[in-house]
Design a protein around this ligand. Sequence first.
Ligand SMILES: [Zn+2]
Length: 388
Amino acid sequence: MQRTRLALSLLAMAVIALGSRSPLGNAAEPASGTWLQDWRKANPAWRALHLIGPQPERLGLTKELITTLMVPARMNVLVLEVNYGFRFQSHPELQCRGLDKSQARNLTDFCRQHGIRLIPLFNCLGHQSWASRTGALLTKYPQFDETPHVPPDNKGIYCREWCPSLPEVDKVVFDLLDELIDAFDADALHVGMDEVFLIGDEKCPRCRGQDKGELFAGVVNRLHQHLVKDKGIEMLMWGDRLLDAAVFPYGSWEASKTGSHTALGLIPKDIIMCDWHYELRKDYPSVRFFQQQGFRVLPAPWKKPDAAVALIRCARQDATDKMLGILFTGWSAGGNGEHLLAAWKAEATPGADQATAQRQETGRQIAATIRAGLKELDSEKDNKPLKR
Ligand SMILES: [Zn+2]
């Protein structure tokens, strides 16, 4: 009797174990972990779209963009640049407006229902102001500013940056990143870090005279420690500050003249490098370079179809298993992608009225770039598909 009971209980345990096991993962894993494993199996190449500045009242347009453009075009990643456009609960003193947690999670769920991985983007270090408007962090905490001597209207600089030598900044910023990860149930985060020019300013008492590559790497490494090692998610960043403008034929925007490029040898190789290039060039050697250095790469075009095609052809050449796919940037496409959506629908409807506004024009250019880029991507010339 005892033996029978033992056998029955063992059998019951085995049935429970079998029934609870996911075909692709450990049943104890959170839902997002299992979803991510399924997503990876279904998507050997990234076909990503970036949008900046989502407005909560227009999320319906974003959903329409997803069903009208992204799903038919088999796009599978949405990099959503949120920055301070989120109602952060951990730091109400920043007085941020924008999406709330339930709207963020709702959008993530909608994306997942359509096979799309949503990755929030929060600009770190640079881009702390735009034109005369300073962002929430440095407005509330001017003591975090790398160049507090710059006039309040930001005249004479491109964008403000936070000081890379202040641990107090990390304490605030990591709280914000944690909230975004939680709200979007994110399994990856893009930390921006492009177009940093002021780092190591000679008037900053903490950074003055320090190696700019080490300063830049310090920020990258602390973000990596928090996101990848502590939170267990993937980290993406723009690659321009890690390219030496003296070596690469790109100039001081797509590559660095500050000395920050030496950070490349000081940071972990599991960061995904988003290598943006918007102009038509004969070659984009950084795409190969990042792979040779051990990084996974996402080349990123913007609004010139011929440049996107050239970038994808370059990426296809000598592609290694570090080549992830493509990231179409949506600058000026509307925060919710509305101009891109309007352009996409107009192009899909012969004889439709063509709007003439500049932003509509940008939307059309981005739509044309996505069409040309995906056509090239799907052509698989010389049997060299752009995928891992
Ligand atoms: Zn500093």
